[in-house]
Design a protein around this ligand. Structure first.
Ligand code: AMP
Length: 278
């Protein structure tokens, strides 16, 4: 497994590979969620390139860029056990050199949910993903359903901008308690980690009300909210029920496949999770 930081080197390395190439973009602090994407790439593609880059462009000033977990040695050790051809570890200066001024945005799907709470976020995500696509030129790229909106947006930009890349969606990997794995879980105290499992329980509760025949969005939303609030330390940012494809928030009765998403703070740590219906 090669570790490469320079642009020219990674391009040369990629140029010398033949067959399908899977790209797995990450911000590091790798856990089983990330590893599931890499394993999926191993199964799908002849070669796998993993990128680790904490992308400053997707963090707002008040967010956790400076404290975002960095565990590079442990990450590289984990990757050694998989079939990874190269890890691309660009510096900030490589990705955003002095005078950098080009950003890519999406103007529909990125306005709601996470985009409403974090207005800079998707512009930063899309820009870095597009740059990685241009640098690596993969045949496939792997993204987690943990970030369901991000996944939808990446699929949209691939279609809108005519990239010939297969975007492969990978299911959410959870801890035994049901808490969705996330690099940010390491910020949580042991107690909050326990409490935070309420998010997934509440989302499942919402789905069970829906499958029980009650299709009223307000009732389901309220039931999920109430369940999350049964943990006194939970601070809800949003609980939203949207059309699974358009991500438009649903009003009235639910008559389509939905994405139920929640963003909830525990200990000041913002956690997101979602569940969708067929
Ligand atoms: P991140 O390092 O948080 O930017 O995540 C990199 C990729 O891993 C994204 O495509 C995420 O959706 C995916 N990912 C993160 N956590 C999980 C999880 N628990 N299950 C599946 N995929 C995940």
């Amino acid at each position: 497994m090669r570790t490469i930081s320079s642009l020219s080197e990674v391009k040369k390395f990629r140029h010398n590979l033949s067959g399908t190439i899977g790209l797995v973009p990450t911000m590091g602090a790798l856990h089983d969620g990330h590893l599931s994407l890499i394993k999926q790439s191993n199964q799908t593609c002849a070669h796998t390139i993993v990128s680790i880059f904490i992308n400053p462009a997707q963090f707002s000033k008040h967010e956790d860029l400076s404290s975002y977990p960095q565990t590079l040695d442990a990450d590289l050790e984990l990757l050694q056990g998989l079939h990874v051809d190269a890890v691309f570890l660009p510096t900030n200066n490589t990705m955003y050199p002095r005078g950098y001024s080009t950003f890519v945005n999406e103007s529909m799907l990125s306005k709601v949910l996470e985009g409403a709470s974090r207005p800079k976020f998707f512009k930063g995500v899309i820009t870095i993903v597009v740059k990685l696509f241009n640098i690596i030129n993969p045949s496939h790229s792997f993204f987690g359903e943990k970030d369901a909106q991000q996944l939808q947006i990446i699929k949209k930009i691939v279609s809108d901008l005519n990239y010939s890349i297969d975007i492969v969606s990978c299911p959410i990997i959870r801890e035994k308690t049901g808490l969705a794995m996330s690099s940010r879980n390491t910020y949580l105290s042991a107690e909050s980690r326990k409490s935070a499992r309420i998010i997934y329980n509440a989302l499942k509760h919402g789905v069970s009300i829906l499958s029980g025949g009650n299709r009223n969005v307000k009732i389901i939303q309220q039931a999920i909210t109430k369940k999350i609030q049964s943990e006194p330390s939970a601070v809800i940012d949003y609980v939203t029920i949207s059309n699974k494809v358009s991500l438009e928030e649903i009003t009235g009765d639910i008559n389509c496949s939905v994405l139920i998403s929640a963003a909830v703070y525990f200990d000041g740590v913002r956690l997101i999770d979602n569940i969708s219906t067929a």
